[in-house]
Unconditional design. Structure first.
Length: 85
């Protein structure tokens, strides 16, 4: 199992977020767990200069569908998905 927990949230470039999920999927033998932050907040740079994006359930599912269109994720919570091979 490969886990990608709160990593997608800190990648500024949308294409790189997709590439990260695809790369993690390639590394996974049986399953991939992806988790994103879903709290309400302002997307962009934080006061300490790090990038942060927050996802709704719909935008998170859309990201997964773009990254892995042939895989149906099992949503455990609004910001947590398990993808099985």
């Amino acid at each position: 199992m490969v886990s990608c927990i709160y990593v997608v949230n800190v990648i500024e470039n949308p294409d790189e977020r997709v590439e990260l999920i695809q790369f993690c999927w390639e590394l996974a033998r049986k399953s991939l767990v992806v988790a994103v932050r879903t709290e309400a907040g302002n997307d962009g740079f934080t006061s300490i200069g790090t990038y942060q994006i927050y996802y709704s359930k719909a935008t998170f599912q859309e990201l997964l569908a773009i990254a892995l269109p042939s895989v149906k994720p099992k949503m455990l919570k609004s910001g947590v998905a398990v993808l099985q091979k």
